[in-house]
Design a protein around this ligand. Sequence first.
Ligand SMILES: C[S@@+](CC[C@H](N)C(=O)[O-])C[C@H]1O[C@@H](n2cnc3c(N)ncnc32)[C@H](O)[C@@H]1O
Length: 213
Amino acid sequence: MTQWYDVIAGVYDHFSQRHYKQPRKVLVDRLDLKSGDNVLHIGCGTGLSFSLIIDKIGPDGTLIGLDVSQKMLAQAEKKISKHGWQNVHLLHADARELSAELLKDHLGQDMTIDHAVGELSFSVMPDWRLVMENALGLIKDGGKFGVLDGYRAKKDWINSALNFLPQSNISRPISDYLCELTQECRVQTFGRYKIIFVAIGTKAQNLSNDDMI
Ligand SMILES: C[S@@+](CC[C@H](N)C(=O)[O-])C[C@H]1O[C@@H](n2cnc3c(N)ncnc32)[C@H](O)[C@@H]1O
């Protein structure tokens, strides 16, 4: 998988930028990001949504983009240099290794993760359920977890064609799983075949004993 994205990194934006403009915007808008928020972007690739996120979190927020492909991250780095963003940290790692220690080692400090996103990445990466569980564990209570991806249960030619270029598996029930893990989960589909979706859930608040009286 790393190798595939290393190969297509240079042309990735050309194929991907236009198609997902609307769902990317819907995803970022529905996260209700505030100035100063810290956002974890899992499988961030070339950073096609970075500017949308940075517009919301401002210079006081932090965006951590994690990806296993060095070449995709190199494209993201170009966007960072071009815009002069000082608050984006790129983390070259396999999402299956995601943990508080990994983030601390990279950032040099503990950081509260307010929200997490995964765009077109959970249909690609192995052990996606485990990665989603680990990511949710890192988000603060009440934080949002947003996913943009594709889903088509039917394993027909449309399914095969859509999986071909990104080497994905859009038969995975990603939005269902996100909604199992989170609260107040909302899913919106896009396009004629309703394959592209944006799903956003909220991490449950940990109730203290006082809250339960
Ligand atoms: C289809 S691209 C999506 C990139 C970007 N999120 C976007 O929306 O344009 C999938 C990304 O997931 C990354 N990826 C795949 N497996 C991964 C893993 N195990 N850990 C981290 N990133 C991974 C790939 O390197 C690639 O950049």
